[in-house]
Design a binder for this molecule. Structure first.
Ligand SMILES: [Zn+2]
Length: 224
């Protein structure tokens, strides 16, 4: 029986949702890895190369990221890619990888000093009762950082498993106003002026993070 040909062309097809593109790695990194790996593993097919490349990225990414939040964001992308690989090529839902992906994404959320923030879980519509339970629900930032707010093993979707991402937004009081942290509140007018500017910044940040969250979930759908 003829051996299936390995092909770097398959791996290097330009895709906006490829892990290389997401992590901003140059194609040359993958080409060099491919050449080195297939030299030492002559029988390796493209799936074996890709899986080995994921592991290479897990080890390499700490050298390429500037802080713990950026590192966790990148790790989350790699774990999501590995999880999607299992679903697509092995027809297996790997809840361990999905949990690592969502936990890393949670740990990628950086704290803001000025305002109380909260975390929302954005899930696939009409997935299951567990995923639906996140609708109209938000978690205080501090609570989210210290508790497992998402348990992917509870999702009842038997085809893709849990599909979702996290959003981050300023917390509002019952009147819809942003909530400042106690030590930031001051009667000083200069501080108040700064406060207005910061409210504007936080508003922009919220819009940015929301767009990022939607982009992430679109990428996840396309990767599966
Ligand atoms: Zn579900």
């Amino acid at each position: 029986m003829a051996k299936r040909k390995t092909g770097i062309e398959w791996l290097l097809v330009p895709r906006n949702n490829s892990i290389n593109h997401i992590l901003k790695y140059k194609d040359k990194v993958l080409i060099d890895f491919y050449n080195k790996f297939t030299k030492n593993h002559i029988d390796a097919n493209h799936k074996a190369v890709l899986w080995a490349y994921y592991n290479y990225l897990l080890n390499d990414i700490p050298n390429k990221t500037k802080n713990i939040y950026e590192l966790n964001k990148s790790l989350s992308s790699i774990y999501f890619a590995m999880s999607n690989y299992r679903i697509k090529h092995e027809k297996t839902i790997d809840t361990r990888l999905k949990q690592l992906a969502i936990d890393s994404e949670l740990k990628s959320i950086f704290p803001l000093e000025s305002y109380k923030m909260e975390v929302v879980v954005i899930t696939k519509n009409n997935c299951c009762s567990y995923c639906d339970s996140f609708k109209n629900n938000a978690f205080n930032y501090e609570y989210a950082m210290n508790n497992e707010i998402v348990d992917v093993s509870k999702c009842q979707n038997k085809i893709r498993g849990f599909v979702g991402t996290l959003g981050y937004r300023p917390k509002r009081d019952s009147n819809g106003h942003l909530i400042e942290v106690d030590d930031f509140i001051s009667s000083n007018s200069t501080i108040k002026k700064k406060s207005s500017l910061k409210k504007l910044s936080v508003g922009c940040l919220y819009v940015f993070l929301f767009i990022m969250a939607i982009n992430t979930i679109i990428i996840i759908y396309h990767m599966i």
